[in-house]
Design a protein around this ligand. Sequence first.
Ligand code: HEC
Ligand code: HEC
Ligand code: HEC
Ligand code: HEC
Ligand code: HEC
Length: 276
Amino acid sequence: MTKYFHLTIRSLLSALLAVPVLWPAIAQAQAQETVCIQCHGGQPGRLGEPIGQWQGSIHAQNGISCHGCHGGDPTDFAMAMSPERGFIGVPDEAEIPEFCGRCHVGVKEDYLQSAHGQALDAGGPQCVTCHGNHAVQKTTIDLINAEDCSRCHEYGRAERIKSALAETDRMISGLETELAQLHRTGIATKPLQDQIFAARNKFHRLFHSVDVEKIQQETAGVQAELGKVEERVAAYHADFSQRRLWGGGVTLALVLMGVLFMLLRKTYHDEEQEHR
Ligand code: HEC
Ligand code: HEC
Ligand code: HEC
Ligand code: HEC
Ligand code: HEC
């Protein structure tokens, strides 16, 4: 009897474990209320401040909570910050790229190879210098600006990077609007949208190399790819207006034929009446 009972519990458990869709929901619920947030929420000063800053961040929106970055056990008040439960505390400045790079692997690699990564121990900027720590927001190209990028050196090179990226950004948003319009007219735009998505990903990681020549070269490549999509879109437009032209022509012909028929009939009737 007990054996049977154990078996049922076990199969129930494994059935639950076999439903991976449940896990994101559970992770999200934990991200919203943890012992970290409960206790730190009641702390003054530098211990409590991170809560409010984190709440509006892109990490909070995506279920990445205190323990996602700092480690520890978010379910156990007493043991929350014990290293045995994976708590890693606060990183030194030089450790931050590895700290953030656990999740942002590609960005970390590009960064470490860049002039900024190479200058990490000599006053170069790291992730938090540009993105902040608790209030990290979704990025835009406006992160590259004269005020932030001329704190340590002149702005010229930064500006050249920005204009290469901005031009590509404009092409991408223009194409996205066009494709959305085409989609509404019933044309299958999915393959083209995928092509743009791939181009955009490739191009958004580029920044961290801060290598002006490489960025100019690669954005030229991405722009060429986008150019091909633009040609396809233009071809669709031409096709579409031709179809409309043909459609318009046929309607006009039908109307003309109708009018002609009426006239003929009228003449026939008139003639018939005259003959009587
Ligand atoms: C019962 C209250 C309590 C809980 C639960 C708690 N903390 Fe703390 N935390 C503190 C206090 C008090 C300090 C400051 C004293 C110290 O460092 O031990 C602190 C310090 C910290 C620091 C800064 C450490 C440093 O070296 O400056 C971080 C980061 C941190 N907590 C993160 C977390 C995370 C992540 C969790 C959940 C996994 C958590 N805390 C759970 C009370 C708590
Ligand atoms: C995106 C990663 C990330 C998340 C999420 C995060 N932190 Fe931090 N936290 C950091 C980093 C990085 C530092 C070191 C700050 C620095 O050097 O600028 C830090 C520093 C701290 C400190 C020390 C502050 C000081 O001035 O000494 C505390 C306390 C802390 N975090 C608590 C929390 C709590 C509580 C949460 C959840 C609301 C949280 N953190 C969420 C990355 C994060
Ligand atoms: C536990 C994993 C994890 C850690 C650690 C982490 N992040 Fe994130 N980060 C994410 C997720 C998930 C997103 C949201 C999805 C996305 O945009 O990639 C995100 C988004 C971001 C974005 C916005 C990206 C965009 O699309 O514009 C930035 C910037 C960012 N993180 C910077 C940092 C920085 C800086 C640190 C370290 C202080 C850090 N992250 C630590 C998981 C993490
Ligand atoms: C010198 C400032 C600077 C530093 C240092 C920096 N970033 Fe960025 N990051 C930016 C800018 C600017 C963008 C936006 C580029 C764009 O829109 O093309 C960006 C974009 C991102 C994105 C979004 C990429 C995407 O695919 O959309 C993530 C994630 C990110 N950074 C994380 C990090 C992490 C992690 C580190 C540290 C290893 C780091 N950044 C270091 C300035 C910086
Ligand atoms: C905390 C200081 C600091 C900040 C802030 C900073 N940089 Fe730098 N940057 C450096 C250092 C150090 C170097 C390496 C020495 C040099 O070339 O001037 C460098 C080099 C560069 C280079 C030349 C790279 C190469 O391979 O020749 C570019 C481009 C650049 N930074 C762009 C930016 C942009 C864009 C921003 C703003 C988003 C920015 N920097 C913000 C410190 C900084």
